[in-house]
Design a protein around this ligand. Structure first.
Ligand code: HAM
Length: 438
């Protein structure tokens, strides 16, 4: 039996959600441009080594969630489970590091992870993210965090809560890992199967295990802050001071370890609550990375970045009514009254479009009442009524569908007449247009 269902964990985006997603991308892109970031468009697939080496062999993503296949030339290819490793590969391939540093790049597009689908979790989802490479400092880290927070504020979110932690430098992480293994070894028999694996591969991940009993045990584990080197601690507090001075609310979360291998020093996540308290998971995650570019064969440059899950951002905006204003209807609905003016109505429709007004017309004769229903359904602002009698005199009727006011305008000066009407009555007309066309 052929299977014509969508692939499990994928979803089609259409209608309001498609408009919403494009709007979100436009606002996030504009936020990035304010901070001097430029867009980079990278392939959706890379040789598997890029993610194995970059995202890291110890991460759940690489161990069990990648869509990996052999191409017809027997090369192992992986659909990107995240962008960071691929963007670093692009920086190295194109020697982008040879230009002015820091490099500030943003990107967007689909990502693929073989995860268990649930609320806010898909197998194909969309990320928007940034990477700043080549300036290894607490201020660069802080600037990146400020961008994440202010981008969400630009979308209209008010209580943006930031969770932040420091994983320290490589020595810190090595010493801390050892201490965790020592502590958890004594309890591992009573812990979940995932943790039994994590203790071997990535003991830090035990700290963010969701199993209640394991969380209890984790409460007694050594704390990372007791292992931070002096330099890492200083760097962390510098970052905190800057974001504090920017008025950003944060909470230090010592169990925040992040699921990817490349992080060192500061890591962060942003969680937003929906009015109905639905839990879509983190909307944004990121942090600093020290050895990633070198590990992929490039120069020894550090970076910092984050990525947001656009489906999650969309769902939260929808629940919080932050997208209501982008549901724009058409400017004009051209109504031919009777069969004889269908051609004229079509010409007028095309003319209005060429003047820059979004315009619809039925293309086939419809009853007057049915046309008003259609206009309402389309959210049209004005109806342009094309009558046989009026056409002889080169006259159209235009009706404001909100106020029901109606007047006559001359066909000859259609563009000027429309410009006048839209500028007078709808000061915000052009402003709205930009919102979802930029
Ligand atoms: P991540 O935390 O794995 O980080 O993913 C970032 C965001 O993508 C998450 O916070 C979430 O909103 C969204 N996301 C992840 N998995 C799914 C899924 N299965 N369904 C829906 N949304 C999902 C990264 O990917 C890093 N590359 C971020 C980064 C950039 N770090 C430094 N630079």
């Amino acid at each position: 039996m052929p299977n014509y269902q969508p692939v499990k964990g994928t979803h089609d985006i259409y209608g309001k959600e498609a408009i919403g997603m494009r709007y979100i991308e436009a606002v996030l892109g504009a936020a990035c441009e304010l901070y001097g970031y430029k867009e980079i468009i990278v392939p959706s697939m890379e040789y598997t080594e890029v993610f194995a080496r970059g995202t890291g062999e110890g991460s759940d993503i690489v161990r069990k969630e990648m869509y990996t296949f052999l191409d017809k030339g027997d090369r192992s290819i992986t659909l990107r489970p995240e962008f960071t490793a691929g963007v670093m590969r692009a920086i190295i391939s194109n020697k982008l590091y040879a230009g002015d540093l820091p490099l500030k790049l943003y990107y967007q597009g689909p990502a693929f992870r073989y995860e268990r689908p649930q609320l806010g979790r898909y197998r194909q989802f969309h990320q928007f993210g940034v990477e700043e490479v080549g300036l290894d400092s607490s201020r660069a880290d802080a600037e990146c965090i400020c961008l994440a927070v202010s981008a969400l504020q630009m979308l209209g979110f008010e209580n943006v809560k930031l969770k932040i932690n420091s994983l320290g430098d490589n020595e810190t992480r090595a010493a801390y890992r050892e201490a965790l293994v020592k502590y958890f070894s004594e309890h591992i028999d009573e812990m979940c199967d995932d943790c039994k694996e994590r203790i071997k591969l990535n003991p830090l991940r035990i700290l963010d295990c969701k199993v209640e009993h394991d969380q209890e045990i984790a409460k007694g584990a050594p704390r990372i802050k007791d292992y931070l080197s002096e330099a890492s601690e200083k760097r962390f507090y510098e970052t905190l001071n800057i974001i504090n001075a920017m008025g950003i609310d944060y909470e230090i979360d010592e169990n925040l370890v992040r699921g990817l291998d490349y992080y060192s020093e500061v890591v962060f996540e942003i969680h937003l609550t929906s009015p109905e308290n639905k839990d879509y998971g983190a909307v944004c995650g990121g942090g600093h990375y020290g050895g990633l570019i070198k590990g992929l064969g490039g120069p020894d440059l550090a970076g910092v970045g984050f990525a947001m899950g656009l489906e999650r951002v969309y769902s939260l905006m929808e629940d919080s009514h932050l997208l209501d204003h982008i549901e724009e209807g058409v400017d004009l609905y051209v109504m031919p009254v009777g069969d004889k003016v269908l051609d004229e109505a079509f010409e007028i429709t095309m003319a209005c479009r060429s003047f820059g007004y979004s315009t619809e017309t039925p293309l086939a004769a419809l009853k007057f009442g049915a046309m008003f229903k259609k206009a309402e359904h389309l959210g049209a602002k004005y109806a342009l009524i094309v009558g046989e009698e009026e056409m002889i005199h080169g006259i159209l009727k235009i009706k404001n569908l909100q106020s029901q006011e109606q007047k006559e305008i001359s066909l000859e000066n259609l563009q000027e007449e429309l410009d006048k009407i839209f500028h007078e009555g709808h000061e915000e007309h052009h402003h709205h247009c930009h919102c979802h066309e930029e």
